[in-house]
Ligand binder design. Structure first.
Ligand code: HEM
Length: 192
């Protein structure tokens, strides 16, 4: 349930602080990386690390990255989300890392089964994350970069399956409610 307030908050942040996010992006990446490492290290000790270690916050960032691509161009919301899409995708990936490593460690310790539908999108997103940084992107042709970014759609589908498999009510309904408008808007945009 916490994903809904996170998504609302992050939408408002994109509307009112987009310029600051773009300007201060490096500081934000460093700050969120420190936060991600600390929350992984303190995962069983501090309850406030739960939104990170359970994937809620990282997913909220990624959801807005997905949603931005489904919105019709031109609206204020579309403009502000598109303007910080790169930053939100990088931060989202950073914040999903403690979640992914937590469950990977639990699997390696024999405490959990392997979560294919979590691992696969995380692996797919890794090259997308690396090539989001301008310093790397500049080394690629625009065509190659766009081609690579298309893999994001496979990651989104796998994340949806991951959430349907692992989540229980009421969160399960939240994810279904979040994905329906995304799919409808995206199909509408692509088919028009
Ligand atoms: C790549 C992107 C990923 C996203 C967006 C994501 C997102 C989430 C979210 C939001 C939840 C909470 C579901 C709920 O409401 O209960 C969750 C649960 C879970 N995830 Fe992921 N996840 C990802 C990757 C992974 C990876 C790599 C693993 C395993 C190594 C994993 C293993 C799990 C497990 C085991 C749960 C259930 C936890 C429980 O029993 O409470 N996830 N994931």
């Amino acid at each position: 349930m916490i994903t809904i307030p996170f998504i609302i908050l992050l939408t408002l942040v994109s509307l009112y602080f987009g310029k600051t996010i773009r300007k201060q992006n490096t500081k934000l990446y460093v700050g969120f990386t420190v936060l991600a490492i600390l929350s992984f290290l303190l995962r069983y000790k501090l309850p406030f690390t739960e939104p990170l270690n359970q994937g809620y916050l990282g997913f909220s960032f990624l959801y807005l990255v997905m949603f931005a691509g489904a919105l019709k161009k031109g609206s204020r919301l579309s403009k502000s989300l598109m303007s910080i899409r790169r930053e939100y995708s990088i931060i989202g990936f950073i914040l999903l890392s403690p979640h992914s490593f937590k469950y990977l460690v639990e699997f390696l310790n024999g405490d959990r089964s392997f979560e294919w539908f979590g691992i696969l999108p995380y692996i797919i997103m890794l090259p997308l994350f690396v090539t989001s940084f301008m310093i790397i992107r500049k080394k690629m042709s625009n065509k190659a970069w766009i081609k690579l970014q298309r893999f994001a759609y496979i990651a989104y589908i796998l994340i949806f399956i991951h959430l349907i498999i692992v989540a229980k009510a009421p969160n399960l309904f939240v994810y279904i409610i979040l994905f329906i408008p995304y799919i409808v808007l995206k199909l509408k945009k692509e088919l028009s």
